[in-house]
Write a protein that binds this ligand. Structure first.
Ligand code: DC
Length: 235
């Protein structure tokens, strides 16, 4: 097999933009590891809920700071080859995708010491390159030197519809499309207006609006971009 240079690939964008599907699919095709950094913020949020650090939407940040080093997040590949999130040794992959976590995760993701701890862990995971990482601040903060940066966009309606369909498929029938749409808009606002590492497109990121693209079209677009970057690096 020909030897291709290993690179770092950063995917950023709003929630439910389809980032993870395309990032995962690209990683699989090119044999790279895939890291979903949103899952890490979600796992910390689940920890906060389970340990009563929330009073409604109020988070006890001093207590969370004291407990931060008790939170261990890892990823393990299951028998179907899918990466799953573990919180202190427990598989939480399903729970972290449900509404109780979704409705509080932006609050946790805005806490500076939480971001610092997770960013450090993410940089450690990607230091050998050959990684596809998806999140909000990957191209701007975690890996500002990534060779390939993609900023994914899609309308809030398209994204809410996707998240709603996903929840339905998982059997969560307690939420309406309107609930999901509201949650998507709220998170968009918090994620792009927070002080610490807000979501923004890196100057050198390539924008992809996939509102009207099929999965096949997205995959092809990404593979072409990856190949063209690799070819440039070889020259
Ligand atoms: O991608 P997602 O919807 O699973 O992300 C969950 C939340 O975590 C979302 O509100 C934004 C936040 N997040 C972040 O602030 N930085 C990241 N690198 C990834 C996610």
């Amino acid at each position: 097999m020909e030897n291709k240079p290993l690179i770092t690939i950063a995917f950023d964008g709003f929630s439910s933009s389809g980032k993870s599907t395309m990032a995962k699919s690209l990683a699989k095709k090119i044999g790279y590891a895939y890291i979903d950094t949103g899952a890490m913020y979600r796992a910390v949020t689940l920890y906060c809920i389970e340990n009563n650090l929330f009073d409604g939407q109020d988070l006890d940040t001093s207590e969370l700071e004291r407990q931060m080093d008790r939170i261990h997040i890892t990823f393990r590949v299951n028998s179907e080859g899918k990466s799953e999130t573990y919180l202190n040794g427990k598989n939480v992959e399903k729970e972290i995708r449900l509404m109780p976590v979704s409705s509080k995760v932006s609050i946790v993701a805005a806490v500076p010491f939480v971001r610092r701890a997770l960013v450090k862990q993410q940089q450690e995971m990607g230091k050998g390159k050959g990684i596809v990482m998806d999140g909000r601040d990957i191209g701007t903060v975690v890996f500002p030197d990534a060779e390939m940066k993609v900023y994914v966009n899609a309308s809030p309606e398209t994204r809410a519809r996707r998240r709603y369909d996903e929840l339905q498929a998982k059997g969560d029938t307690s939420v309406t499309y309107e609930d999901v749409y509201k949650n998507v808009c709220e998170r968009d606002y918090i994620d792009s207006h927070r002080e610490e590492n807000p979501l923004r497109k890196a100057d050198d990121a390539i924008e992809l609006d996939n509102s009207n693209m099929t999965i096949g079209e997205q995959d092809e677009w990404l593979l072409n971009l990856y190949e063209s970057i690799i070819n440039k690096l070889r020259k």
